[in-house]
Write a protein that binds this ligand. Sequence first.
Ligand code: PEP
Ligand code: MG
Length: 890
Amino acid sequence: MTKWVYSFGGGLNEGSAGMRNLLGGKGANLAEMASIGLPVPPGFTITTEVCSAYYDNGNAYPADLAEQVAAALHRVEKSVGLVFGDATAPLLVSVRSGARVSMPGMMDTVLNLGLNDETVEGLAASSKDERFAWDSYRRFIQMYGSVVMGVPHHRFEDLLEQAKHGLGVTDDTAIKASDWREIVKDYKDIVQKETGKPFPNDPQEQLWGAISAVFGSWMNPRAHTYRKLHDIPASWGTAVNVQAMVFGNMGDDCATGVCFTRDPSTGENIFYGEYLVNAQGEDVVAGIRTPQPMSAARAAADQSPMEKVLPEAYKELMRVRDILEKHYRDMQDIEFTVQSNVLYMLQTRSGKRTAAAALKIAIDMAQEGLITQEEAIQRVPPGSLDQLLHPTLDPKAEKNLFSRGLPASPGAAAGAIVFTAEEVEDRAAKGEDVILVRIETSPEDVHGMHAARGVLTTRGGMTSHAAVVARGMGRVCVAGAGGITVDYKAQTMTVGNVTLKGGDWITLDGGTGAVYVGKVATIPPTLSGDFSTLMGWADEVRRLRVRANAETPEDAETARRFGAEGIGLSRTEHMFFGPDRIGFVRQMIMSDDPATRKKAIDALLPFQRDDFSQIFRIMSGLPVTIRLLDPPLHEFLPHGETELEEVATALGQSVESLRARRSALSEANPMLGHRGCRLGITYPEIYAMQVRAIIEAAIAVSKETGQAIVPEIMIPLVGMKTELEVTRKAAEAEVAAVFKEQGTTLDYLIGTMIELPRAAITAGQIADVADFFSFGTNDLTQTTLGLSRDDAGSFLPYYVDHGLLPKDPFVSIDREGVGALVRMGAENGRKTKSNLKLGVCGEHGGDPDSIAFFESVGLDYVSCSPFRVPVARLAAAQAALAAKKAKASS
Ligand code: PEP
Ligand code: MG
């Protein structure tokens, strides 16, 4: 016989905390609390398997369920000495849902079930409080009527308001028993009118009605949506908990409350929560009366903390709090009721908390000896560290939503709308807070992005230029907000009939992708000592090294401050847009004879040497990977007529011939065009100059600091071994030339990005000529899925919303496709060269889920934007611990 029903309390505990899947979170924890001796009113849990069986059998219960429920109910009756449906000493019960994880959207609670026209008199007699009994009855009709029978809640509320008005009272507690009797009658009329059925008088019918309502609510649209949003399978089902009622509304020695064992917003070790004297559960959240604080320390002068009002019950609650924390070894979110000064526990679960609280609680609990250091590391969600490193929106501030895009770079920023990078720079220089708004950004906008407080684009995905660059700089960014129409000419942006002009203020929430009209207050980040303690603990256990993607001295400094162990990607193209260089870059690509090109390139050499020297200095001996020029040429082409004329004058050519050259260089699909090593092979002078600059800088800084520098030169967009052979040979020749000129040598590495499917597939061959691989998972995702990094925003959200893809593959690695190529590339590369250094420098290098995958592949390091370095350190530690655990159990 299948066991469908598990008892708890009253001396028989058939469940435990470990049985969450079968009993749901609430049921499992009620049984656990009862079994460790805490005061839990007796009851029973109908398992989640009943829910599944119910749906599998066309909404019918297993045949023997009724019998098991009756037996469990009888046991409850015996343990409290009352009888369900008895006219003189009636047992009343609560019926609550309880899935594995708490799930808003489902039927929640029905209290006082078992009351009818006869039992209400019994309750009045046994409690010696007629008013209480009739109030309980009307509450029951109201709850059951709305959540089980579907009567709109406000129908009851409206009637009650009218009644109070007629009686000339404002507070429910001032309503007399005789008046409640009348209200009960009217409530029943409402039910009859709204549903065409009488309110059920039979307690058994009430009980099964409530049980069916819980199971029925598992499939309601709200629960369905919530499950989809949180990846909860429908097959889990919900449990139903039926429990003897205790009453917090039987007088002034009664109360009910909801609290956390520690402060869930700061993590402070102080009892935190609210309670109400003479009230039932829903009163605390209903907002009709103002709940009061628990501890005297947290109470204002005009408040009545429970510690003072009900000192005995409070003391008992503090004892329970300690037991719960020691037992569960985590901060708990609890519900309780005090009936005639006696405390009863109705729920405990691990409490939700802010990132700051998660961090503080984890560290405190480890230091208090409640949990181990390793557990503390696992208690803090890595992604939540973003909240600690950036300003966030003040949750109390008023907000007026304008539109939404992708949460491309975290933090919150407010500023005036500005549509060009130039204007951003000008206004920022005057001390103004500005937000750069572009349809999309290009490398030319980088200086404006840097000067802006935040960046908003209406096109592009999570690895679009705006997203990648903003993350790197730690600038707030909302990308791909496709609902906004930007009109550069009119200097406006519009959603529906709301139009904002240049200069109007907006606020971006880079953590959620929300764009608000006006200025929303923000809260600055605070990095506590706990933060560095946790980072230190994480560093002790992780295997993966963590580097940063950085090209400016400022980013390199940030990266070091956040604990980066080197630079895994320096995108040199970002260095080419400075106003002092872009002219030479344009001359370089627009000239069609090698001699003129060489002149322009030579002019760039000192700039590059200086760029690299600064980075080497800041990174003082840590590994630095510098990637040779990668982007498509069109990004550097002169745009307007003035730029064209400037280049023409510098090159001594006609504007006409340059215009022709510009159109010859334009590409239909630049992302798959003349970029990366293809550029380095066809214009070898560019890479030669960069290699020279790297080696000259490394020699100079080594001499200056006395520290050995081992530069890592990285070739982008290699698809074939031949490409790397050619570029490597050319680079080695240039290095040799520099060594000869300088009369010295140093160690260096030449490696490649693996960012094309062909490179991953033929990694065994490519490894012959590579000292290291760095997986460029942005391009690898783009090319493996055939999905443009910059255009995916128009349909990718639909794919994710509708389950065609589990997550945005530009954010979290597509393990089955792109991930399989990374694994293949790593394995084949190492077959050729066992000591091949392997890293990843796509945006996935900062994503906790992807980091767990890279740990499993055995990469040596991940490289991510500087602000994600702490996230990656923690995620790498968690991945290492998970791997250790998996190994131990295999
Ligand atoms: C990549 O493709 O993953 C990468 C790191 O290079 P980029 O984003 O500069 O193309
Ligand atoms: Mg790339």
